[in-house]
Design a protein around this ligand. Structure first.
Ligand code: 73E
Length: 801
């Protein structure tokens, strides 16, 4: 799209008058931001409108990505970049005396997700638009996103996230596209003389689902996809007047995001959320489809519906309901159509995260779906018991012991199932879903996760992006694989110096932010050692803390080590007390080492509050070390590992999730690996394990553990809880088993740091190898091998204005 900076200025002034009846110069920064966002939305509007019809008219297959979480991050700079007008707009702003970065910072980030799962969904939408796939997000418009985190006395405190206070400029309410979603009541099956069955609903609760659409702008091409989020409201003009309580039950559906990551919520409200966005999404897809096509039997040819984790797995039964009850297909053709339309990604092996619903709960909320799930279960058992035997089928079936297993429903009702990293997919097939993989071996495939280099390199890391332009030309901006060309420069000292300078600039900026936020002065000359992700026992932030205490003792004993700043950012689920204890521990250790003159300047800890996409954009470019230290076999993939690598951090990692593929990509000499493999962990679990003996044999470790309970760290009850989790409750996540090799790997990095060019050469190889983790390639593989929705070749679309 073409735009001059003079046009920018004119449009902005007009928007200020239209929106706020004031001149741009008079507006507070928040309103200046809103005016600019309004201008950008207007510029994209005509192309967005055309895109909506274009795909249908061309008969291009559409992908609908169903996810209960999305985390787009701030959109203004990203939209400007994708539209190709970042430069003129920034120049225009500067001419007006406005600071672009300050305006971007006025945007409230929609925190409609917990962590990697939600962020992945948004990265995929951005990537689909970039590579020309007609993609649609389908999710929930929560009134309140993930809580805002503060620390009080080192403890996590949660504040509500009122992200819609100032209205969201990007969303468009589409009241005319609302649909009705039904819960509860009774369903009777009415059979007419021809044997046709029609369900009759009595006493159902009706909920009005209103879509809010946000444009997902394709990078440097006239392709705009849509993220559609549904909001729950009472049905307007309904014949019955609702009580306040009945209205509240309805609006509660989209009031807040469940703040649990990798855990199942299990409550009725969560089930209502899941059905709500699944039913609304499928109803609107089928209705739209039938405007352009004659028969629902054609659905799989033009529509792919992707189930992101089991949260939308009710799609299997809901699509059956629509095809049977509303479009009167036979069971067999409805089933064929459903399976051919749906595909499913599993994101976790953790048993506590595998969703199941008690039959009573589901039957009461969704009586028609319960009838259909029973029939799916009955037919599944009938079909597969012969060939596979009762025992295996019992383990694989969706309805077992009064519970409905959502992963089983998703696998049975999908044509393809994928894990999110090679190891994860293999463990799915051989452990978590092994019975289903025996029955449907061809359904299981791997699709390793990816990230968008546009947000993490082009936008968040301008110094490195500039370096790449100079060294290898700008081609990498459209095809991340081109970054590989950087590998040839590893022996060029000028390039290494430039790389060091780029990293330094990012570290200076982050140091400023740390000072501002925590009042902690840190030196950008230190090693910035970063662990940013949800707080969870399996991710082992605790191992990182034990490493800090080891270094603390070493320094106090007079050892010399390169100065290191340990940077954490992580939210804990409000009900996850153990994770909150670890937060308290990190803050307490930070207090100790940051105030001890004996280690001054050599060891510091900064725990930045309120981790979200915008904070990650500050931390990732400044990282030297990327801590990816989960117990092997636990982290499905991880994606911060990919972002940190892309921005030139060196990974300190276990052989878990996508770390294994990162190691393959960079070579083992360019990554610091440690710890047990997933197989070794499994063997150790069987063999039994004595963490106390490990502690006893290592004086420094013993001292660190003692500090948890001897009063040297004012931890309250948290110290005892953590101590006991390791030494009394058998250290479920093998923290002590991997401790020695973790310390060793970390010391190897200390050694490398003493040779700046050596370090920079390794960092450079990491950047060069990061291209394969671009989400653009990931969605291309999904499109080719799962959705069968190949990207449009250029030429079909044009910018509209
Ligand atoms: O390893 C990550 C993975 O990189 C995994 O833990 C995460 O998904 C990422 C993207 O694939 C994930 N989140 C959840 N399950 N897996 C989850 C489960 C329940 C509620 C919210 C999130």
């Amino acid at each position: 799209m073409n735009l001059t900076k003079e046009q920018v200025s004119q449009l902005l002034h007009e928007a200020a008058i239209t929106l706020f009846a004031d001149s741009l110069e008079e507006l507070p920064p928040r309103q200046q931001y809103q005016a600019l966002a309004f201008v950008v939305k207007g510029l994209a509007g005509p192309t967005w409108a055309a895109a909506k019809h274009g795909a249908d008219e061309r008969g291009q297959k559409q992908v609908y990505y169903f996810a209960i979480e999305f985390m787009p991050g701030r959109l203004l700079a990203s939209n400007l970049l994708n539209l190709g007008i970042l430069e003129p707009v920034e120049a225009g702003l500067r001419d007006l005396g406005l600071d672009p970065a300050a305006l971007y910072a006025e945007e409230t980030e929609p925190g409609l997700g917990n962590g990697g799962l939600g962020r992945l969904g948004s990265a995929f939408l951005d990537a689909m638009a970039a590579v020309g796939i007609v993609g649609n997000g389908n999710g929930v418009r929560y009134d309140q996103g993930l809580f805002e985190q503060r620390f009080v006395d080192g403890y996590q405190v949660e504040l509500p996230d009122d992200w819609l206070r100032d209205a969201d400029v990007w969303e468009t309410r589409k009241a005319d596209r609302a649909v009705i979603v039904r819960f509860g009541g009774q369903v009777l099956l009415d059979r007419d003389r021809l044997g046709q069955i029609t369900p009759v609903y009595r006493g159902a609760e009706e909920v009005f689902a209103v879509p809010y659409d946000t444009a997902i702008i394709g990078y440097h091409q006239p392709r705009i996809d849509t993220m559609r989020l549904w909001h729950a409201e009472p049905v307007p003009d309904a014949p019955e007047v609702l009580t306040a309580a009945a209205r509240a039950r309805i609006t509660a559906i989209t009031e807040t995001l469940y703040p649990d990551d990798s855990n199942l919520a299990g409550q009725e409200l969560r089930l209502r959320q899941e059905y709500f966005f699944v039913s609304a999404g499928l109803q609107s897809i089928v209705a739209h489809f039938l405007k352009y096509h004659k028969s629902v039997l054609q659905l799989p040819k033009y529509v792919a519906v992707h189930i992101n984790d089991t949260h939308p797995a009710l799609a299997v039964a809901e699509l059956m309901r629509l095809l049977l009850d509303e479009h009167h297909l036979s069971w067999e053709s409805a089933w064929q159509t459903t399976v051919a339309t749906l595909s499913y990604t599993n994101h976790t092996l953790l048993p506590e995260a595998l969703e199941q619903w008690p039959v009573d709960l589901l039957a009461a909320q969704l009586p028609r779906l319960w009838q259909l799930i029973q029939e799916i279960d009955r037919r599944f058992r009938l079909r597969y018991t012969g060939p596979f035997g009762q025992l295996l089928v019992d383990r694989a079936a969706p309805v077992v012991d009064g519970q409905i297993k959502m992963a089983a429903l998703a696998v049975i009702g999908s044509h393809t199932v994928n894990g999110v990293a090679k190891l994860h997919t293999q463990l799915l097939k051989t452990q978590t879903l092994k019975e289903l993989a025996t029955i449907f071996p061809a359904r299981f495939v791997n699709k390793t996760n990816g990230i968008t280099p546009r947000r993490w390199l082009q936008l968040a890391d301008a110094p490195l992006a500039g370096l790449l332009d100079v060294q290898i030309g700008p081609g990498w901006r459209t095809d991340a694989r081109d970054i590989a060309a950087l590998a040839d420069k590893q022996d060029d000292p000028a390039v290494l110096d430039a790389l060091i300078a780029a990293k330094q600039a990012n570290k200076v900026a982050l140091a400023g932010y740390i000072q501002e936020t925590l009042g902690l002065r840190v030196s950008p000359a230190m090693i910035f050692d970063v662990q940013i992700k949800r707080m969870h026992a399996y991710k082992r932030q605790l191992l990182h803390v034990l490493g800090i205490l080891e270094a603390y003792q070493a320094l106090r004993a007079g050892e010399k080590r390169p100065p290191r700043l340990h940077i954490f950012a992580a939210k804990a689920a409000p009900s996850y007390t153990y994770a909150k204890d670890i937060i308290k521990l990190i803050n307490t250790v930070a207090d100790l080492v940051n105030h001890d003159p004996a280690v001054n300047g050599a060891l510091q800890v900064a725990f930045l509050p309120n981790y979200n996409v915008s904070l990650a954009e500050k931390i990732v470019p400044a990282a030297d070390i990327s801590e990816q230290i989960s117990l092997a076999g636990m982290e499905a993939s991880g994606t911060s590992n990919m972002k940190l690598m892309t921005d030139g951090a060196i990974t300190l990692a276990t052989l878990d999730g996508a770390n294994i593929e990162i190691a393959e990509a960079v070579g083992t000499s360019n990554i610091a690996l440690f710890g047990m493999t997933a197989e070794e962990v499994a063997a150790r679990r069987t063999a039994g394990y004595d963490p106390a003996a490990i502690a006893e044999a290592d004086p420094r470790l013993k001292k660190s553990l003692g500090m948890l309970i001897d009063g040297s760290l004012p931890l309250g009850s948290a110290g005892h809880t953590i101590y006991e989790s390791l030494l009394v409750d058998h250290d479920e996540y093998f923290v002590l088993a991997d401790y020695a090799s973790y310390i060793h790997a970390s010391r190897v990095l200390d050694q490398l740091w003493t040779d700046p060019h050596g370090w920079a050469a390794v960092a450079l190889q990491n950047i060069a190898a990061s291209g394969r983790f671009s989400a653009d390639d990931t969605v291309r593989r999904y499109a080719k091998e799962i959705w069968h929705a190949l990207p449009a070749r250029g030429g079909q679309e044009k910018w509209q204005n």
